[in-house]
Design a protein. Structure first.
Length: 116
C-alpha cells in the first residue's frame, strides 16, 4: 500500500461511521470521509458473525489485496472503512473485487484511470 496509512484507532473508525458517507453491497459496506491529507487511510473490519478467526482473516487479506491492486485508481485524501458482511465469507475473490469497485464507483472515489 504505497499511498495508504492503516486506520487503527477506535476514534477514527467511529468518526468515519458517524460523519462519513456509506454505501453497501451484499458482501461489503464502504464508509468514506475526507481526511484533508494527501493520502488515504484504510481500515477493514469483520465482525464475529462472519465466521471464526481463520475466515475473518482470509476476508481481510482478500480485501487488503483488492485495495492494493486498485489503490492507484482511487482519489487521495479519504478515510476508507470497509466492513465485511456475513455473505463475504462465502464470496469468491472475484465477487469481492467486483463489489469493492462498484462501491468505489458509487462513492465517486475512482479517478477514471483504470488498469487495462
Amino acid at each position: 500500500m504505497n499511498h495508504t496509512i492503516v486506520l487503527k484507532s477506535n476514534r477514527d473508525f467511529r468518526r468515519a461511521y458517524r460523519k462519513g458517507k456509506s454505501c453497501a453491497t451484499m458482501t461489503l459496506v464502504l464508509y468514506c470521509r475526507k481526511n484533508g491529507a494527501q493520502q488515504n487511510r484504510l481500515g477493514i473490519t469483520t465482525g464475529t458473525k462472519v465466521g471464526k478467526a481463520v475466515v475473518r482473516n482470509r476476508i481481510r487479506r482478500r480485501v487488503r489485496a483488492i485495495y492494493r491492486l486498485h489503490e492507484t485508481e482511487l482519489r487521495a485524501g479519504y478515510d476508507l472503512v470497509i466492513v465485511a458482511r456475513v455473505r463475504a465469507a462465502d464470496a469468491t475473490y472475484a465477487q469481492l473485487e467486483k463489489d469493492f469497485l462498484r462501491l468505489a464507483k458509487r462513492m465517486d472515489l475512482l479517478t477514471g484511470e483504470t488498469k487495462a
